[in-house]
Design a protein around this ligand. Structure first.
Ligand SMILES: C[S@@+](CC[C@H](N)C(=O)[O-])C[C@H]1O[C@@H](n2cnc3c(N)ncnc32)[C@H](O)[C@@H]1O
Length: 230
């Protein structure tokens, strides 16, 4: 694993700075679930940069198979412990410092490794991908590798649900993730290999006081669904 890429997140987890973690299942996932699945069960869902999101348990409870990737071991452990799920840990072939956490039902697997090390040869292809706080969390030099990975694990028809933020980067007092992406940025990344659909946009600035503390005067949340063509 590229320590410099994941290390700052590890320090954040150790210090308990995980403001991104939500105590409830994400409302966009629930709202767009039917559109992602077409009512089918037994689909393969991929959750890149999964943290310990409750969304994974919820998807599994709906009858879906869940594969997450998370660079910080503590996050993987906390997920299973907090969900009261027994799990086993094994090596990941080809990723020396990686660990595969498998829930006792076998329906939730978390790859503890750098997301950029994930390939379809390792994890297969997915029917749906839930990108919440993932693309927006990747530092600019890592974006191309992240998108290459998403494309690799997609197949024709894969639905990618993504929450994206728009805000004025120049207003940020300390400039770091989450990064803003405007429609043109989203098209630049996805339009050559997926149909891009903006589903919804709403004001986010007053969702948490921290956004104004960042120096922002406005922030918009946009929900996209990308349907892979490749
Ligand atoms: C903004 S959080 C989003 C977590 C989750 N999607 C959620 O909604 O709660 C980003 C997560 O990605 C992890 N992460 C960051 N860079 C990573 C990388 N290159 N590979 C794997 N995990 C990474 C961090 O440890 C953190 O848990």
């Amino acid at each position: 694993m590229d320590e410099s890429r994941v290390d700052k997140w590890k320090k954040g987890w150790e210090a308990g700075w995980i403001d991104f973690h939500m105590p409830k299942v994400n409302h966009s996932l629930v709202k767009y679930y039917g559109k992602l699945t077409g009512g089918k069960k037994g689909l393969r869902f991929f959750i890149p940069l999964c943290g310990k999101t409750l969304d994974m348990k919820w998807l599994s409870d709906q009858g879906q198979e869940v594969v997450g990737v998370e660079g910080v071991e503590m996050a993987c452990e906390q997920f299973f412990q907090e969900q009261n799920m027994k799990y086993s840990v094994s090596d990941i072939p080809g990723i020396p410092d990686g660990k595969l956490f498998t829930g006792e039902s076998g329906k939730i697997k978390l790859y503890k490794c750098d997301a950029l090390a994930i390939t379809s040869a390792l994890v297969g292809k997915f029917d749906a991908i839930w990108d919440r706080g993932s693309l927006v969390a990747m530092d600019p030099p890592d974006r191309a590798g992240y998108i290459k990975m998403l494309k690799d694990v997609s197949k024709p028809g894969t639905n990618i649900l993504a929450e994206i933020y728009e805000y004025d980067w120049d207003q940020r007092i300390k400039q770091h993730a989450p990064y803003p992406f405007f429609r043109q940025d989203v098209d630049d990344i996805f339009a050559s290999w997926a149909d891009v659909s903006e589903e919804e946009r709403y004001d986010k600035i007053d969702e948490k006081s921290v956004f104004r503390e960042w120096g922002l005067t406005w922030m918009t949340n946009i929900v996209y669904i990308m349907k892979s063509k490749v």
